[in-house]
Design a protein around this ligand. Structure first.
Ligand SMILES: CC(C)(COP(=O)(O)OP(=O)(O)OC[C@H]1O[C@@H](n2cnc3c(N)ncnc32)[C@H](O)[C@@H]1OP(=O)(O)O)[C@@H](O)C(=O)NCCC(=O)NCCS
Length: 165
């Protein structure tokens, strides 16, 4: 089935929320404890778009199977050429090349926006995401040990970086 990568529309919010909340409850991919409401998630996405950052979705057979976005890495002005991104694919659709299409598109958009570098902040238990990013040339540039605490254990944040040409 063909996968379409396109910009986010409001109608995609519920599918994105379902993916996010599943990961909050079942994984360390997100460091939140509490699931989000529809309105909270919609506001998060709209804020990014209002700042001219992209939010994209992967559509498969009429369903949103994944999404990706980036926004400020940190807020001080000199960080303005650096963004932190995220890519999430519904677990029923892992391993079908959807994440790859999403991250490829985010890299293309970041280059078009004349950004300089992209950062992924990945929980160290999420080795799959580390290997996924390595396929795109991201390098591990640091590990912030015991920076998160969830499910009664300390979590370590792996910072991976891609310098854009
Ligand atoms: C990480 C994630 C986005 C990958 O999406 P996906 O659609 O399953 O990945 P793809 O099928 O597009 O795989 C692309 C490449 O990454 C590799 N890859 C993907 N998942 C992998 C895993 N768990 N372990 C090792 N390699 C992996 C694939 O083998 C593939 O390599 P290839 O191009 O040489 O064939 C997805 O597993 C996910 O949503 N995870 C939960 C959320 C998350 O961790 N997001 C990242 C935080 S920024």
């Amino acid at each position: 089935m063909k996968i379409y990568i396109r910009p986010y529309q409001t109608e995609d919010t519920q599918a994105i929320l379902d993916i996010i909340n599943h990961n909050i409850l079942n994984s360390t991919a997100l460091y939140d404890y509490k699931i989000r409401s529809y309105e909270q998630q919609k506001a998060i996405l709209e804020e990014k778009i209002s700042k001219n950052f992209p939010v994209i979705v992967a559509e498969l057979g009429g369903n949103v199977a994944g999404f990706g976005m980036y926004s400020e890495f940190r807020f001080r002005e000199a960080y303005k050429f650096t963004v932190e991104h995220s890519v999430y694919v519904n677990e029923n659709f892992h391993g079908q090349g959807i994440g790859k299409l999403l991250l490829q598109e985010l890299i293309t958009l970041a280059k078009q926006q004349k950004l300089h570098t992209m950062i992924a902040v990945i929980d160290s238990e999420n080795q799959g995401s580390v290997e996924f990013h390595e396929k795109f040339g991201f390098k591990t540039v640091g590990i912030i040990k015991e920076s998160g605490y969830k499910f009664n254990r300390w979590l370590h944040s792996v910072f991976m970086q891609l310098i854009l040409e």
